[in-house]
Design a protein around this ligand. Structure first.
Ligand code: AMP
Ligand code: MG
Length: 316
């Protein structure tokens, strides 16, 4: 079974080709805003412009022709509607042209499924930490249930926003990780409410402190504070569900300090820690293709998008 997966929920237009469990190609082109954060219309224009080339590159890398594709999968949500529409239109075009099924995929579930495939985790508590999303999830009774999540922005967007306030180029996340290595502790708000988290107050506080503190110290403290919050909520979900694996996925999964904190927590609880490999952590088409293969028996020709499609609305 060969599936071509299209990712276009936000900044990335990606095309991945999976042959069963094997990644044959995973090509992406990322929209980089000139100033500020992601502008949805500009991002969608970017996706429209690069779509053909990204598909061709993916087919070349996989050494395949379009007619070899058995299945088309696309990210149907959650995401920015103008961006989602580009993926949906491309999926519909390819599906009709090739006369193959089109599978709508939930983007968040795709991050979990590619993590499970690549790490061998079987039934983990998942911390999905990316630009737009931050959720702690676990599978119970036919669904990936959300045990805790951000009440405002995703951790990645918060790091990127702080980075911009500090004059760092987008995306700020990886730059903050580097600068944090030489930092010392500065007090920031710690915001866990029940099992949910909030990052916008931490952003405001850290950005205000840019005037009187050095950047390394704020990078260190923003990481220590936010990653401790993520680890705390993940630990409580682990205790509640009695599972014994933790999977870290999403773009922020590339962060070594976040991996280290979760790993320490897992060792202390006798659980196993897994992090998705870096090349599959951020938004990508391979994870969409793989989730398409997992859903191959649900035959659709459906290209509706759902900007708010919740992970726990999907029956697995
Ligand atoms: P995604 O939305 O899943 O594609 O992930 C993109 C997000 O991951 C952006 O907000 C990046 O800043 C963030 N990110 C990527 N690498 C790192 C890193 N090493 N540390 C922290 N954040 C990162
Ligand atoms: Mg994502």
């Amino acid at each position: 079974m060969i599936c071509l997966g299209i990712e276009s929920t936000a900044h990335t237009f990606g095309v991945g080709i999976m042959k069963d469990e094997e990644v044959l190609a995973n090509i992406r082109d990322m929209y980089l805003p000139k100033i500020g954060g992601i502008h949805p219309r500009e991002a969608s224009e970017h996706h429209t412009l690069v779509a053909k080339e990204v598909i061709e590159k993916a087919l070349n890398e996989a050494k395949l022709k379009l007619k070899d594709i058995d299945l088309i999968a696309f990210s149907a949500g959650p995401g920015l509607p103008p961006c989602l529409r580009v993926g949906a239109v491309v999926a519909r075009y390819l599906g009709l042209k090739l006369n193959v099924p089109i599978i709508p995929v939930n983007h968040c579930i795709a991050h979990i499924e590619i993590g499970k495939l690549k790490t061998g985790a079987t039934d983990p508590v998942t911390l999905y930490a990316s630009g737009g999303n931050t959720q702690v999830l676990a599978f119970t009774e036919g669904r990936y249930r959300v045990f805790g999540e951000t009440q405002d922005q995703g951790i990645g967007n918060m790091l990127d926003h702080f980075g911009r306030d500090a004059g760092l180029k987008h995306p700020g996340g990886p730059k903050i990780e580097k600068l944090a290595k030489d930092g010392k502790w500065v007090e920031l708000p710690y915001v866990v409410k029940g099992m949910d988290m909030s990052f916008s107050g931490i952003l405001t506080s850290a950005s205000k402190k840019l005037k009187e503190n050095n950047l390394e110290d704020l990078c260190y403290s923003i990481q220590e504070t936010c990653f401790a919050m993520l680890t705390e909520v993940t630990e409580r979900a682990l205790a509640h569900t009695d599972k014994n694996e933790v999977l870290l996925t999403g773009g922020v999964a590339a962060n070594k300090r976040l991996q280290e904190m979760l790993n320490i927590m897992c060792i202390e609880r006798g659980a196993k820690f897994y992090a998705v490999p870096n090349d599959l952590s951020g938004d990508n088409g391979a994870m969409i293709a793989w989730t398409g293969i997992l859903n191959k028996n649900k035959i659709f020709f459906d290209t509706k998008i759902d900007r708010f499609w919740r992970t726990d609305d999907v029956e697995i």
